[in-house]
Design a protein around this ligand. Structure first.
Ligand SMILES: C[S@@+](CC[C@H](N)C(=O)[O-])C[C@H]1O[C@@H](n2cnc3c(N)ncnc32)[C@H](O)[C@@H]1O
Length: 219
């Protein structure tokens, strides 16, 4: 069972009965939902808004990609906030649980699920309004110990995300970088590949704590 103040291990903490434990943990549900609500606020952060954008707060009909959707806690909040959601996760054990949430929705068409790797998304170019990722983006460099390989992967993924986003598309990533170096390569992968943005930390002195990246596709 993943506990407070302990970073989960991928994939072992999300397989078989661990997926079940994850989904039935009230603490985890609260935590994921709180971070998602905060991310929705960050999506509309005034520092990301251009003057010519009009009313960006009307979320009905906006299509949002939930990267690393897990069992769907974040997706649930996004749907309740009026977005249409595509959840993406690489592990069948997690996505099966998200499917249970989809099945009890009154309008299942507003929630699609894809079993896929964030690094290789089967999504059309220019088709997504915004992207969020809560407690999952850390894992995209899993298994790549070498710094060069990590940077290459992060770069390719940031480029792909840029390509699938529509004009003015934003990305909010909540993640837990393990140190200052990791924080830098994640942030730079976006800034060097077509995004403007900045980071927000609730505890700024803590290099490895909860971090939000607020990003907007550069025109
Ligand atoms: C903390 S959990 C899910 C959090 C999610 N926000 C929620 O509400 O449940 C992190 C998820 O990231 C997924 N993940 C890790 N690496 C991934 C990758 N490369 N592509 C897609 N999903 C990935 C894991 O399978 C896991 O379900």
């Amino acid at each position: 069972m993943v506990r407070k103040n302990q970073l989960p291990q991928f994939p072992s903490d999300y397989l078989n009965e661990k997926a079940e434990e994850y989904d039935s943990s009230k603490w985890m549900e609260r935590n994921q939902k709180r971070s998602t609500l905060l991310s929705i606020q960050y999506l509309y952060d005034e520092k990301l808004v251009d003057q010519d954008e009009g009313d960006i707060k009307n979320s009905s009909n906006l299509l949002i990609l939930d990267l690393g959707c897990g069992t769907g806690f974040s997706s649930e909040i996004l749907i309740e906030s009026g977005f249409k959601v595509i959840g993406v996760d690489i592990l069948p054990d997690m996505i099966v649980k998200a499917k249970e949430k989809k099945d009890i929705l009154k309008s299942p068409k507003i929630f699609e699920l894809i079993l896929a790797d964030i690094n290789y998304l089967p999504v059309r170019l220019n088709s997504i309004d915004h992207i969020i990722s809560i407690s999952a983006y850390n894992f995209i460099i899993h298994g790549k110990e070498n710094y060069g390989k990590q940077v290459k992967q992060l770069t390719e993924t940031a480029e792909n995300l840029n390509n699938i986003l529509k004009k003015n598309g934003r990305i909010i990533i909540e993640f837990y970088p393990k140190d200052d170096g990791e924080l830098k390569i994640f942030k730079n992968s976006f800034i060097n590949n077509g995004f403007d943005g900045f980071m927000v930390k609730n505890k700024p002195k803590q290099k490895s704590g909860q971090t939000f990246l607020l990003l907007k596709k550069r025109i």
